[in-house]
Design a protein around this ligand. Structure first.
Ligand SMILES: [Ca+2]
Length: 433
């Protein structure tokens, strides 16, 4: 993370996103929000709420806001993703915004990004919060790219004859007439994203947390339905996977708008379930895990002697430089608290090193500390030794946790090997038993 002192703006490694959703209106919103929040390439900083249909009812936006908070909590992201409630009514005309905490979150986030970085607003409901933010602070317009599921595409033109637009026709007209960088998933393109409930059950049922929550959301929102169109998921998938949809340029009202004209539903769905399955693994591994996204810091890891953060393009990694003979360069993990029962973990890392031969207490390796309640070492001494590799490669080790183990920590080390390098881009620890 780089701090730009002049502006106070923070440059982030991952794309900064706010998701704006009429979460309680349809079952597709929570499924789409889950996919966006599970995306490792995004830093979703906010989840804002919309109402739906006319006339406006403040109870609807409040219900969306409550559902947003539930989703964030179920995903273990409370404190990371800010939930801000949106406008309690639609706009009275095309030029008059409706202020709300949601609009203010969009404004303040766009303002704090450094020049050249855009806030992506991904909207899966009516466009009130986005349009209002653009009207309340016109200076943010060049700092935002908006991705919306709205409008209908007919004969090469976007019309507002569509559900999300009709919830606030003035907001829909305002966004279309604005100069904001705009990507539209028209409702008639997204309509091809139909999902089978049996597939949802296979991936989510009895998996606990957010996954069972999404099963319940389907069953209460679309009781008895075996298939359902998940329009909003099509937007998030097209946004995350440009290859899974066809993006065309439309010139309308004297400006250029990008709109998706077709989707590869099979590619989108296979990405969705792969990301959904991976989310479990990450959740279980969270305590000692980091990856090349350092936008949230090192998650408790400490750079020791001979260790530094380096950047290669958008990726960051930890570099260790071999100290003088006999000394140690290291990067220490935070402490993982354990329940004292017997377990097995899998430790995996992505690394490269020019160190020829390594072993326990020698060269490039991960040291494992398994300690009892008195901080005494327990079980046999083990670690993960790393083979020489000029390219990024993955190494894995099984960590046996004997009964009585109360804490585990690990450290990336170079022992000896003066001037030699070990670069580590990701570390994950996953309980397998
Ligand atoms: Ca929606």
């Amino acid at each position: 993370m780089t701090l730009c002192a002049a502006t106070g703006a923070v440059a982030r490694a991952a794309q900064v996103v706010i998701v704006d959703a009429d979460t309680k209106n349809e079952i597709d919103d929570p499924f789409a929000i889950f996919r966006a929040l599970a995306a490792t390439e995004l830093e979703v900083v906010g989840l804002t709420s919309e109402g739906w249909v006319q006339p406006s009812d403040p109870a609807r936006v409040a219900a969306s806001h409550r559902a947003n908070r539930e989703i964030v909590a179920k995903m273990g992201l409370a404190g990371t993703v800010t939930c801000a409630i949106g406008a309690t009514s639609s706009m009275p005309n095309r030029h008059t915004p409706v202020d709300s905490p949601a609009a203010q979150l969009i404004i303040s986030t766009a303002r704090t990004l450094p020049a050249g970085q855009k806030l992506h607003v991904v909207t899966t409901g009516q466009l009130t919060n986005l349009a209002s933010a653009l009207l309340l602070d016109p200076k943010i317009e060049p700092r935002i790219a908006a991705y919306v599921v709205a409008y209908k595409l007919a004969a090469g033109r976007l019309t507002t004859d569509e559900f999300n637009c009709q919830g606030d026709p003035h907001a829909a007209a305002c966004v279309l007439a604005s100069g904001v960088e705009l990507y539209v998933m028209p409702a008639n393109t997204a309509g091809a994203y139909v999902v089978d409930k049996a597939t949802v059950d296979r991936h989510f049922r009895t998996r606990g947390g957010i996954k069972d929550y999404l099963v319940r959301f389907w069953e209460s929102g679309a009781p008895g339905q075996t298939h359902r169109t998940l329009w909003d998921v099509a937007l998030v998938e097209a946004y995350l996977n440009p290859g899974a949809a066809t993006l065309s340029t439309i010139t309308q009202g004297g400006r250029s708008i990008r709109a998706w004209t077709a989707i590869d539903k099979r590619a989108m769905e296979s990405d969705y379930w792969a990301a959904a399955d991976a989310f479990d693994a990450r959740a279980a591994a969270m305590p000692l895990t980091w990856d090349s996204d350092f936008s949230r810091g090192m998650r408790g890891w400490r750079l020791g002697r001979g260790a530094m953060l380096k950047r290669e393009g958008a990726r960051m990694y930890v570099r260790l430089v071999g100290p003088t003979e006999g000394d140690i360069a290291d990067c220490m993990s935070p402490l993982l608290q354990l329940d004292g029962a017997e377990h097995e973990y899998e430790l995996a890392c992505t690394y490269r090193t020019d160190i020829q031969r390594s072993g326990l207490h020698s060269g490039a390796w991960f040291i494992f500390y398994k300690l009892d309640g008195d901080e005494k070492s327990i079980g046999t001494w083990t670690g993960l030794t790393l083979k020489k590799s000029a390219r990024w490669t993955t190494a894995k080790a099984t960590v046996e946790i004997p009964t009585g183990t109360r804490t585990f920590k690990t450290a990336i080390r170079i022992q000896g090997r003066k001037g030699k390098l070990l670069d580590v881009r990701t570390v994950s620890l996953r309980r397998i038993r």
